[in-house]
Design a protein around this ligand. Structure first.
Ligand code: C2E
Ligand code: CA
Ligand code: CA
Ligand code: CA
Length: 287
């Protein structure tokens, strides 16, 4: 009945027809793209704010489409989640990122970078094979579990006891968990007490304009208040922090002043192909 209701809805509401069809079409396209090996990873450094030293990297997926060019994840991750294709796509991201990180550690030594931090969708956490896949990828690539941080959003973590059990298993394996986009979801504090997180990532929306308080605009002050509250809470709970979306030195300075030591953003480094990241790590070793 649900199926038919959906079909009728599509048929009789002209305005809705196009996006639903486009969504279905995108699902098929994504499957083809995965088979055709059209997905690529770029890597954005996570850096020490005071020194600019790379301490980790976040792999971000890109779709190199044969005719449409480079497609942003914002355009296809929701469809990949909706169709379940995020499961094999996420496995590809994790395998490739772990393989690349193991290669960097082999080339530049164990201090070259501490961690790789792939994004994981809630749909992946519901997959019964997720834990086995993670173990398999670690065994295959030889990357130690302590080198992996899984980035999860608050909405993912709030999805009930089954997901929470998977997260505890990962934590027990030594895999660390980060709460992504922190501050944008609901019930952050109670959540953090139940969830075995090691890191919170202060969302970009609280970094935007954080440096602009000289004129006393209330918005900037509100962001600073959130940034301050997040780092105080993280400190009290023994969590590390990463500030996201840093676009200028004023923001980096303000965050340092509030006690943030790690950050990510275009001002520090943009997401880049593996070859550029290799050059960055080589240059860092020479320092
Ligand atoms: P996210 O996990 O919050 O990743 C940060 C996003 O902010 C990335 O966008 C990054 O390129 C962008 N960014 C970093 N620094 C700055 C900055 O200074 N200014 C601005 N304006 N943007 C900055 P991207 O690569 O387009 O990814 C968007 C989102 O797509 C990610 O948000 C994540 O939720 C999702 N995503 C990307 N790759 C994957 C993946 O492999 N798996 C899953 N499940 N989701 C992914
Ligand atoms: Ca992320
Ligand atoms: Ca984020
Ligand atoms: Ca985000």
């Amino acid at each position: 009945a649900k199926q038919r209701g959906k079909a009728n809805y599509v048929r009789y509401t002209g305005g809705m027809e196009q996006p639903v069809f486009a969504h279905a079409q995108l699902g098929g396209e994504l499957r083809r793209a995965l088979d055709a090996d059209e997905f690529r990873l770029v890597y954005q450094p996570i850096m020490e704010l005071a020194t600019g030293r790379v301490i980790g990297v976040e792999p971000l997926v890109r779709w190199q489409h044969p005719t449409r060019g480079l497609v942003s994840p914002a355009e296809f991750i929701p469809a990949a989640e909706g169709t379940g294709l995020i499961v094999p796509l996420g496995r590809f991201v994790m395998r490739e990122a772990c393989r690349q990180t193991a290669a960097w550690l082999a080339e530049f030594g164990p201090d070259a970078l501490q961690k790789i931090a792939p994004n994981v969708s809630v749909r992946q956490l519901h997959d019964p094979d997720f834990l086995a896949d993670v173990r398999q990828i670690l065994a295959e690539t030889g990357l130690p579990c302590e080198r992996i941080v899984l980035e999860l959003t608050e909405s993912a973590v709030l999805r009930g006891p089954q997901v929470l059990q998977t997260l505890h298993r990962l934590h027990d394996m030594g895999v660390r968990l980060a709460l992504d986009d922190f501050g944008t979801g609901e019930s952050s504090l109670s959540l953090l007490r139940a969830f075995p997180a090691s890191i919170v990532k202060l969302d970009k929306s609280f970094v935007d304009g954080i440096e602009l308080d000289e004129d006393g605009t209330p918005e900037a002050n509100a962001r600073q208040a959130v940034a301050r509250a997040v780092i105080q809470m993280a400190g009290a709970l023994g969590l590390d922090t990463v500030a996201e979306g840093i676009e200028n030195q004023g923001q980096a300075d303000r965050l340092l002043g509030l006690g943030y030591t790690l950050g990510q953003g275009y001002h520090l480094a943009r997401p880049m192909p593996a070859e550029d990241m290799t050059r960055l790590l080589a240059a860092q070793r020479e320092k």
